[in-house]
Ligand binder design. Structure first.
Ligand code: SF4
Length: 335
């Protein structure tokens, strides 16, 4: 009966490992509640509809799902992550700490005994080696309170083990990046079409990491709007204060228009199909000429004649005439 079951909180990512962790705990008689974390860099809607998917996973697992959004506080952490960045612009240790803090809050709210996650020892270079797991526990005040069921047999004894709530022989001993053991477990638990490893975290993407670094290097307080703009288009850093972003397709053009703020300048070829571009920054007005040429370069406008570009700022429209830019004139600005 549910009311007699001890509660645990699971950090659910939608990936296979966290689903297996939930199943293992359910099998051992726990009532599992899930917490899913949304950040500006993994918003579950990265083109694959994973917001929808994580809810489906929670339903499949028969667990309650609480989604926690880490917005401004996440951006604040990104400015100076205590434990540094990985190979991209990914502050995995600090990020995981924030996730566990959110799970801890939920644990306290619902009176759960401990937290579980699908982390596998040695699976990810930055945040899933033993010292990093320990650091995260210490930073969050959760020492002994986090159980990683897939690898717990290889990790130090946790409080629930000491208290007899779980037994070591019921815990996994999975290590490393190979996923054979997980696929076997998926079969055992009837998890069909297990998802591939690796989530939708944009911060581990090298190209996105460069754009994010550039943003944080040039803007003291980036906004969610600035970050949304990082997710689309070709990016050019024109000066310390100003950027140009050029849409790559119809959807991105629409997004650029939706993201534009009153001080931004939008550009598009007047008479030809092509991108919508956005100039953002203090010196945006000084770059209209180059931005017009670059916008024409990615449009269907003939390259050997001058063409009109429509320039819109704060709902006021103007037109400029320009030649299409030669790649060598702007390639140095590409981020
Ligand atoms: S990969 Fe992204 S979401 Fe995952 S811990 Fe690292 S920064 Fe956080």
């Amino acid at each position: 009966m549910t009311e007699d079951k001890k509660k645990v909180v699971a950090l659910l990512s939608g990936g296979l490992d966290s689903q297996l962790a939930v199943r293992m705990m359910q099998e051992q008689g726990f009532d599992v509640s899930a917490v899913a974390i949304k950040t500006p860099f993994c918003d579950f809607d990265c083109g694959r509809g994973c917001g929808f998917e994580i809810r489906e996973r929670a339903d499949d697992l028969n667990v309650n799902l609480k989604t926690v959004y880490l917005g401004d506080e996440y951006i604040e952490m990104l400015k100076h992550p205590k434990h540094g960045m990985g190979a991209g612009f990914n502050p995995c240790v600090d990020c995981r700490s924030m996730m566990f803090e959110a799970a801890k809050k939920h644990m306290d709210e619902i009176g759960a005994e401990f937290i579980i996650s699908g982390e596998v020892l040695g699976q990810r270079p930055m945040s899933q080696h033993a010292p990093a797991l320990r650091t995260i526990e210490k930073d969050t005040g959760l020492l002994g309170k986090i159980v990683r069921p897939l690898s717990a047999g290889l990790l130090p004894e946790t409080d629930p083990e000491k208290e007899g709530l779980i037994k070591r022989e019921d815990l996994g001993m999975i290590r490393g990046r190979t996923r054979k053991a997980q696929f076997e477990m998926a079969k055992k638990y009837g998890i069909e079409n297990p998802p591939n490893a690796g989530g939708g975290c944009l911060l581990t993407d090298p190209a996105f990491g460069l754009r994010t670094k550039d943003l944080f290097d040039h803007i003291e307080n980036p906004t969610i709007n600035d970050i949304d703009l990082l997710k689309i288009g070709r990016h050019l850093r024109l000066d310390e204060e100003t950027k140009l972003v050029v849409g790559r397709n119809k959807d991105e053009n629409e997004m650029i228009k939706a993201i534009a703020l009153p001080n931004d300048i939008l550009l598009e070829a007047r008479d030809h199909m092509g991108p919508v571009s956005i100039l953002r920054g203090k010196n945006a007005d000084d770059h209209i000429s180059l931005a017009s040429s670059v916008t024409l370069r990615y449009s269907d406008a003939p390259k050997d004649t001058q063409n009109y570009v429509r320039v819109t700022k704060d709902k006021k429209q103007d037109e400029v005439i320009a030649y299409s830019a030669k790649e060598e004139s702007y390639i140095k600005f590409r981020i």
